[in-house]
Design a protein around this ligand. Sequence first.
Ligand SMILES: *Cc1c(COP(=O)(O)O)cnc(C)c1O
Length: 399
Amino acid sequence: MVQRKVYLDNSATTVVYCEIVKEMEKYFSEIYGNASSIHYFGRQANMVLDDARNKVALLLGSSPEEIFFTSCGTESNNIAITGILNAYKKKGHIITSSIEHHSVFYLCKHFEKNGYEVTYLDVNKNGIVSIEDFKKAVKDSTLLVTIMHANNEIGSIQPIEIIANELKKINDRKKNKIYFHTDVVQTAGKLRLDVEKLGVDLLSMSAHKFNGPKGVGGLYIKKGTHISPIIFGGHQENGLRPGTENIPAIFGFARAFEISNIKIEEQSERIYILREKLKKGILETIPEVVINGSGNKSISNILNVSFNYIEGEALLLMLSMKGIFVSTGSACASGGPSHVLSALGVNPIVAQGAIRFSFGYHNTAKEIDYVLSVLPDVVKNLRSMSSVWSRSQKKLQNF
Ligand SMILES: *Cc1c(COP(=O)(O)O)cnc(C)c1O
């Protein structure tokens, strides 16, 4: 029998659309010029760059001058946050959420160590910040708000438009503008994004999360935003992100964003049905499971489930042997307790048994049937080796 491969880790990274892999080849072997060169090869490369920027701008409702290409989502977040803070003359206060991706979370911790004050907004059990908490957190010294769009471990979607609206009212009364940055790495290509509607000043993206190549990110910066570069060199990306442009990857970014946007409605509905099928199947066949942070306000492709009395990592490895590939939460967090689940108030023991299933455009109902045919036995076997589980079952029998 052919070993099955069911990839359910699409929030960590995705397969590149096969047509894009083919289309990219030309930009390695034919149109390989440096986009800054003024000869024919350079001009050809520069045209690809312009075209990619125009495509991304059109899909986000921005102007092309407001789009910057970077090397990844992490870099976009770092340029945005550090760049804004460095452009102010004084240190001050930052507002963020307690469930940000590590590239925002640890950056905020870094600034906190270096004399900035940071408010980490709590989230409710569905992983959503409160608008009232946000309004209360704003101070005279606040410089920047950075709150992610959808969370990468549980999929909860923050009310970005509402926060932006409140911030606008506050800014209208203030002398210094408070900037608003959002990390849309998990929603780009999955929800329709419009920078005007979102009302943010800066927005970070990453191509490999929407079936584009790895090593290329995007950053929207609203015209008029005061931002300082964090690396220095040439004039590329208007001096904000110097270094020779990665033309094949940038081309791939724009094409993947374009294809994903065409497929949004169709895919999100299809994927929602797959997720609900898996959720229902798990709840019906496996006792002692907890769905973490699910609510109406979440993206359709993430399901985070705790299997009580077992280690998520053990389950992940057993599933891997069966050809099912999942994650214990965030790929970057492997090994440690998840700050996201702690922020939700999930008991640390329950958090240990957490698994994230994240779906992509290639997943099928047949694959979910396969997972549901394997998972109950794997969980049962692992629990049979757990002394905590056997004690809890004995207690039940004694009742
Ligand atoms: C993956 C991810 C990032 C980091 O993107 P990279 O391109 O891998 O650096 C940032 N934020 C969120 C929410 C993510 O899921």
